[in-house]
Design a protein around this ligand. Sequence first.
Ligand code: ARG
Length: 484
Amino acid sequence: MTDNRSGTAIRRDRFSDGPARSFLSSMEADEHIFAADLAVDRAHVVMLVEQDIVPPDDGRAILDALAAIENAGYAGLPDAEDVHEAIETAVIDRVGEAGGRMHTARSRNDEVTTCIRIALREELLAATAATLVLREVLLEGARDHLETVMPGFTHLQPAQPTTVAHYLASYEQAVARDTARLFDAFERVNCSPLGAAAFAGTPFPIDRERTAALLGFDGMVVNAMDAASSRDYLIESAGAVAALATTISGLAEDGIIFANRGFLRLDDAYASTSSIMPQKKNPDTLELSRGMAGTATGTLTGLLTRLKGLPRAYNRDLQGAHPDMLETVAAVAEATRVVAGALETATWDAHALATAADEGGATATGVADLLAANGVPFRTAHEVIASAAASGTLTVASIATAASEHLGDPLDDFVDRTAVATALDPTASVASRDSVGGPAPDAVRPALEQARAVLAADREDHETRERRLATAAEDLAREVTAIG
Ligand code: ARG
């Protein structure tokens, strides 16, 4: 070792001090878990003193050293293999040999996974908050556009008229499930592995429930081998985040297409221009958000591949599992907030939407439905309208011609012509589709109300979790002060 400070935490005279030193080090990535590690150290030391494993004086000295280390910041840490070793070294540098008691009854194996869980739960809550914001924006947009008719698409072709409210509410429902998946992931992330030590427990009379409570965990990962080595909570979190990113990418893609067709005008704050083509207003925020699904998918795939077939218990492969993960959750949360902002500030062009809803035979299904409701088998009605549509434009006249050709009897024998004209009208067409979940304003209104209730409950759930973590942090600070 080049550094000859006395009392250095881990002896490096034989190991890890060669040419691979920087390769072995996770110091750069560990900045993400610096705050978490300080909390873990504090909770562990408080518990060690309470359990008479470490004398109160030593506990006090270690806790004071941790405060000084926190004040000095990440850049103030000594060079080390990882943040755990760096903090321990810094504690011993300040306290002397007694600082080495901090690592009693634990290992970096349970320490690091505890830190990851703490850092990750914060990121998950921030991502959850972003989904709540987006849902609010979608529901507000839906409330404002209950009657704004727009073309709905399948295969990117006009399919049936719908409303902007129905469209936005469809995405709100998808994002609500993303919220639920993030909550699910949080539940399993927020369990304490601390006290597992390397994987085989410890002979010291530790109190695992106490450290779990001090750190704001809702439970424990009990089996020590499971606790130290499992990272399926990362897979689950990455899965939830990839699902959210995929939802966002679809929403962003639609926004790009709608802007391109003149249905939606993005606010300048959410657009960019070209460095050469002065006329350009590009939907770059939406494109970056669409692309974020690639980052999230990469993180999930990378994790699954890294973790596949790892033998029990700890392997150093694990060191590379979380940095990507933490950055990806934060990036997807940001994309979610940006898409929410872009939608909130964008304006829908009701005229362009209505015109488009009247084009491309988007009301054809409604006319077929009308014939079917008046005695013509639906399949036959489908053929009649298909043939009318193939003639060029879908009008009462072209439908009448096709009807007498295919049905043998005049159209008027089946249905009133004014009813056909009504079915061809996009607004009337939308209003007629009032089945549960349909686009008719009368069907969307109660759906929005229900969505609002679920959003309010989710908001409360989110706040409760945040409050519990904040309270635990306050309790820990109080216990830290009381030691010695
Ligand atoms: N920096 C390491 C990690 O992130 C800490 C655990 C080291 N444990 C070990 N047995 N080498 O995984």
